[in-house]
Design a protein around this ligand. Structure first.
Ligand SMILES: *[C@@H]1O[C@H](CO)[C@@H](O)[C@H](O)[C@H]1NC(C)=O
Ligand SMILES: *[C@@H]1O[C@H](CO)[C@@H](O)[C@H](O)[C@H]1NC(C)=O
Length: 361
């Protein structure tokens, strides 16, 4: 029996010809969309080992000293809780002389850790007494618009958890941050807060759920990729700069569930909505311990006239005692303790008002 269609070479050629435009039409849908670079596997492996050690060590039952004011040790011997200052930088810590003044006389209440991008040509480890030797081993490359900034913050948290069991508060800062109050004022604000469940200390981390950017930021990695771990209604935003209590530092370092979503690279075409570090921490903490967070940050930033995702950068001629007093003002329970961003040239005018304004209440 004859097969009228298959038998005809003309029909076959015609079909082939017709299918060419179909391939062009369908191919972009079949190929995965272009993404920004992913986190290198080797970095992930190193981090996992570090985080595991940090969680294991921190899970020892006696180490949870995060209770509030009512729980001082019976023996009175426990060392006072310390603040771990975590500096995340990809350039020189130009304000280290100012921080040096800030830390002076308080070293029994604090530790310092610096994560410096090893690829940053502009970085020289600061050679002041507090900072010398404090760049953490295992610092890795960081880029904007990638989850590498989350990794770097988690690396700092894990390193500080492992380094000193007295580290109880973990303050993340950058090279463009400056202090607005003397250290004892900041320390009192942290230890006197016991508004968390069972009167525990709280983390000072901004958590917002009604920002207009949320929608685009949620879909930056593609449609539906955040599900089921991160439903849209649980997605939060907040400043990258926070102070976490120890139990939250452990929570962040232990997390793998949300990390597996937030580490996904953004789609290239959605690069402008890719700020994973402003979402990972507030989303995780709001899902796991909302009552344990103040929901506001202690680091002031000025978003007026922001350019390309960067806030206003203060220039030397703007620095004055009046500016510092202005930046301290907050609508929250506590005034602001830190501010950003300051241009490197601000060091000189800031040093001039350090004793008279910044380190005086
Ligand atoms: C915020 O920045 C704008 C310029 O972008 C400036 O005019 C304003 O004074 C700044 N606000 C504060 C409180 O420094
Ligand atoms: C405090 O709230 C008022 C009114 O909403 C606002 O105009 C002002 O900018 C806020 N101040 C700060 C420091 O956020």
């Amino acid at each position: 029996m004859a097969l009228p269609y298959a038998a005809s070479p003309y029909v076959l050629s015609l079909l082939l010809l017709l299918s060419i435009p179909a391939v062009f039409l369908l191919a972009p849908r079949l190929l995965p969309p272009k993404t920004l670079p992913a986190i290198p596997d080797a970095d992930e492996t190193d981090d996992l080992a570090l985080f595991r050690r940090a969680v294991l060590l921190s899970s020892a039952p006696s180490k949870d000293s995060s209770a509030g004011a009512g729980s001082s040790s019976l023996f009175g011997r426990r060392p006072p809780p310390k603040v771990a200052f975590l500096f995340l930088t990809n350039s020189d810590l130009v304000f280290s002389p100012l921080w040096e003044k800030y830390f002076a006389g308080h070293h029994h209440l604090l530790n310092l850790y610096v994560h410096a991008d090893p690829n940053a040509a502009a970085f020289t480890a600061p050679d002041t007494p507090s900072f010398r030797g404090h760049v953490i081993r295992g610092s890795k490359a960081t880029q904007r618009a990638s989850a590498t900034l989350i990794s770097a913050a988690r690396r700092l948290l894990a390193t500080a958890l492992l380094d000193d069991p007295s580290n109880h508060f973990f303050a993340l800062l950058s090279q463009s941050c400056i202090p607005l109050h003397p250290f004892p004022t900041f320390y009192r604000a942290l230890v006197s807060d016991n508004g968390g469940p069972r009167r525990r200390h709280r983390s000072f981390i901004e958590i917002l759920d009604n920002e207009p950017t949320l929608h685009d930021r949620y879909y930056a990695r593609g449609d539906d990729v955040m599900l089921p771990e991160v439903p849209y209604d649980s997605f939060r935003v907040g400043s990258q700069f926070f102070v976490l209590v120890r139990r939250h530092a452990v929570m962040v370092v232990r997390d793998r569930r949300l990390w597996n979503k937030f580490k996904l690279p953004c789609l290239t075409k959605r690069k402008d909505s890719c700020y994973p570090e402003e979402h990972y921490f507030p989303t995780l903490l709001d899902m796991q311990d909302p009552q344990g967070c103040t929901k506001f940050t202690l680091t002031r930033v000025n978003w007026t006239d922001s350019v390309d995702g960067h806030p206003h950068t203060y220039q030397p001629e703007e620095v004055s005692g009046e500016l510092i007093r202005d930046l301290r003002k907050s609508n929250a329970t506590h005034s602001y303790m830190f501010a950003r961003k300051f241009a490197p040239g601000c060091l000189k005018p800031l040093m001039e008002i350090a004793e008279s304004v910044i380190l005086r209440d």
